[in-house]
Design a protein around this ligand. Structure first.
Ligand code: DGL
Length: 259
């Protein structure tokens, strides 16, 4: 495996680009291939078996492009399928899970909120993790409909604000001081979320931690790209590419492809 081979990332859609941006900022010389399985979004409503099968399909595609490592840029896919992926393939995998630990460790009200998909909140991996913080109240809320609106390019809309109010106000009333965003689509909602929650409630997502972990695992496996040329990234999406282009916010290599 050559160091110049790309890092592969996938998500059920465009949300994992929030993770891609963190990785690209920390590791600008790494070649990357991002796969947005928008056609099959949202994963959060699917069964564990379906999610695992979709993950296999995505990883097979990325490995055909000679990826040296895979970042599962989706909490729902990670919490339901990371064990199966690691068992089936030889390459290193990085997963993304809701950042409960930093929120629980820093909470002064001993009450934190988590917004995530049904698939993540129902997963064994997530629930085992939550159980280890028995001294903290973890208020869970499924973000019904949020991924669909983001995939539809409807972030800055009344519909979005109304849903967010319904999901977030009860948590604020219960005195949370941290809000964990447990879905890689949700960092794109931060400007809207900040209009609803008071400023003392801190928002945490996992993007930076995943980027640091990606770097550490590349180093450990001697896979860091030593090039000094900033890479642009290659993006594949299996539905209309315009929403992906808009969310990336810059002109780059985005291709529509059926996979
Ligand atoms: N972006 C995903 C996550 O991090 C999944 C959203 C979905 O497809 O339901 O959970």
């Amino acid at each position: 495996m050559s160091n110049t081979n790309p890092i592969g990332l996938f998500d059920s859609g465009i949300g994992g680009t929030s993770i891609w941006k963190e990785i690209h900022q920390l590791l600008p010389y790494e070649n990357t291939i991002y796969l947005a399985d928008s056609k099959n979004a949202p994963y959060g409503k699917r069964s564990k078996e379906e999610i695992i099968d979709l993950c296999y399909k995505n990883v097979d595609f990325l490995l055909e492009q000679n990826c040296k490592m895979i970042v599962v840029a989706c909490n729902t896919a990670t919490t339901n399928a990371i064990k199966e992926l690691r068992a089936k393939y030889d390459v290193p995998f990085i997963g993304i899970e809701p950042a409960i630990k930093p929120a629980a460790n820093q909470s002064e009200t001993q009450t934190i909120g988590i917004l995530a998909t049904k698939g993540t909140l129902n997963s064994d991996l997530f629930n085992k993790h939550v159980e280890s913080y028995s001294n903290i109240r973890v208020l869970e809320q499924v973000g019904y409909g949020l991924v669909e609106l983001i995939e539809g390019g409807k972030i800055d809309t009344e519909e979005m604000r109304n849903l967010l109010k319904i999901y977030l106000r009860p948590m604020v009333a219960e005195n949370i001081d941290y809000l964990v965003l447990g879905c890689s689509h949700y960092p794109y909602l931060i400007p809207e979320i900040k209009k609803i929650i008071p400023p003392h409630v801190k928002i945490i997502d996992s993007g930076e931690a995943v980027a640091r972990q990606t770097k550490a695992i590349l180093e450990k496996n001697n896979l860091l790209n030593n090039s000094k040329k900033v890479s642009e990234g290659l993006f594949y999406v299996n539905s209309d590419s315009q929403v992906l282009k808009n969310i990336l916010g810059f002109e780059t290599n985005v291709f529509e492809k059926d996979f």
